[in-house]
Design a protein around this ligand. Structure first.
Ligand code: MG
Length: 208
């Protein structure tokens, strides 16, 4: 991977952030594996934002298809679909174009769902206020140590599906300690999108 590509992405990401901030929009890049619950988390948070009178939109990033886009639309969330083709991550250039399709003065908060994996998105900031990485208890307790880069670059790390813990042999302490080794200044944030546990705290971490 060329350093030029990464430098150009960083430059564009700063422009995206400036553009979003100039419209008073808070934004979050939601990263995580396929099946970690990114789409469900965004749906749930968007509904909670709406109840607070905060207008949200979502950019659905996937290699192909519009499944997540359709899900966002079905909960009444303004949404833009971005397919990356063969790329395993969104980039700032794709987001620049997606922003052209959103009436920025009509929203207060933007979710961007990145392509599902814990590797590629790490190197490509999109220009959001926050980057969140979502893992879930069903992925096992070695997810943090196996993917340190994405946790280094994320502002917030969440462990989802904690309602399933009674049924699994997952060592949450191990995940917490692995994360502490990477980010001594932060804690792994435990949530359940299904039960709603931890979501109000997550919203406040997102500045809401
Ligand atoms: Mg999804």
């Amino acid at each position: 991977m060329g350093t030029d590509i990464l430098a150009e992405n960083r430059r564009l990401s700063k422009e995206n952030l400036k553009r979003l901030q100039s419209h008073g929009i808070r934004s979050v890049d939601v990263m995580g594996s396929i099946g970690s619950g990114k789409t469900a988390l965004i749906e749930r948070l968007a509904v909670q934002l709406r109840e607070k009178g905060i207008r949200a939109a979502a950019i659905a990033g996937d290699v192909t298809g519009q499944d997540d886009y359709d899900r966002f639309r079905s909960v009444g969330l303004l949404s833009v679909n971005v397919n990356t083709g063969k790329e395993c991550h969104l980039d700032a250039h794709l987001i620049e174009h997606a922003l052209d399709d959103i009436e920025l003065d009509a929203i207060d908060f933007l979710f961007i769902e990145n392509v599902g994996n814990l590797v590629c998105p790490a190197d490509f900031p999109l220009g959001t206020d926050k980057r969140v990485v979502v893992i879930s208890v069903t992925e096992g307790d070695d997810m943090v140590r196996k993917h340190p880069m994405i946790f280094t670059g994320a502002d917030i790390a969440v462990l989802n599906k904690i309602d399933l813990l009674p049924h699994l042999d997952v060592d949450v302490e191990r995940l917490k300690q692995d994360y502490k080794k990477i980010r001594s200044d932060a804690s792994l944030h435990l949530i359940s999108v299904r039960t709603g546990e931890g979501l109000p705290e997550l919203l406040s971490l997102l500045g809401v």
